[in-house]
Design a protein around this ligand. Structure first.
Ligand SMILES: [Zn+2]
Length: 237
């Protein structure tokens, strides 16, 4: 009987592997049991920013100059089209890859921990998504990344401090000004948070910075002295 059960299990595992092969999102190579979602070679292909070790302002710092005062910024990789990072971010948004989000956050934390720059951050605020989107996606990808960070760096994740106001659809085809105007209308203040002096907003990928700027502006309107840092997995070049 036990042998029969064992055989059945092997058979089921085989079927499962055929239906859901454990392969790399980018190159389709079969993953070892030590790898998840992306193979080591594709991880190696991602282009690091090294913003954490910059002594002069990084491109990410400069993105917010003249817009809003931001304390520290961090992005682990550059976003590049046709590279594994595009598949990773796409899979995280549209292919129910919750563990991948936490894995991204953990990788960010490993680097963040090495730098003195980020040690004053007291809490994380993930960029919220609309409830309808969250329901369809099964999660908020920025929240998963924040969970991954918090697993390595013991920081509280503050939920509902800023909320998404309405679903205004995709922002990808709008110009920068319209996008900012649109972004600033997308958030509303939620519940009061404890008296933190330095928080970090967590996002998956930064492009124009409009979303982060809008969120930071809104937080400042309620907490004028709050120090705000930004942590993202990727940033567009
Ligand atoms: Zn690969």
């Amino acid at each position: 009987m036990a042998q029969c059960k064992g055989k059945t299990q092997l058979y089921l595992d085989g079927i499962k592997h055929l239906v859901f092969p454990n392969t790399c999102l980018k190159c389709q190579v079969e993953l070892s049991r030590f790898e998840q979602h992306i193979c080591v070679f594709c991880w190696e292909m991602l282009q690091r920013t090294y913003f954490e070790s910059y002594e002069t302002p990084s491109a990410m710092d400069q993105l917010f100059w003249g817009r809003i005062n931001i304390s520290e910024t961090f992005s682990l990789y550059y976003f590049e089209k046709e590279k594994p990072i595009q598949e990773m971010l796409h899979a995280l948004k549209y292919h129910f890859k919750a563990p991948l989000g936490r894995q991204m956050g953990e990788r960010m934390a490993q680097v963040i921990l090495q730098s003195e720059k980020y040690k004053h951050i007291e809490a994380l605020i993930p960029v919220p998504i609309h409830a309808r989107k969250r329901f369809a996606r099964g999660y908020n990808q920025s929240e998963l990344i924040a969970e991954g960070i918090a697993q390595k760096i013991k920081l509280p994740i503050l939920m509902n401090v800023v909320e998404k106001s309405s679903n205004n659809g995709s922002q990808t085809k709008r110009n920068r000004f319209l996008r900012w105007e649109n972004a600033s209308e997308q958030f509303i203040l939620g519940k009061e948070m404890e008296s933190y002096s330095h928080i970090a907003i967590v996002d998956d990928v930064v492009t124009t910075g409009a979303t982060l700027e809008a969120m930071a502006q809104l937080l400042r309107s309620r907490y004028p002295t709050l120090q705000i840092s930004l942590l993202s997995f990727a940033i567009a070049k």
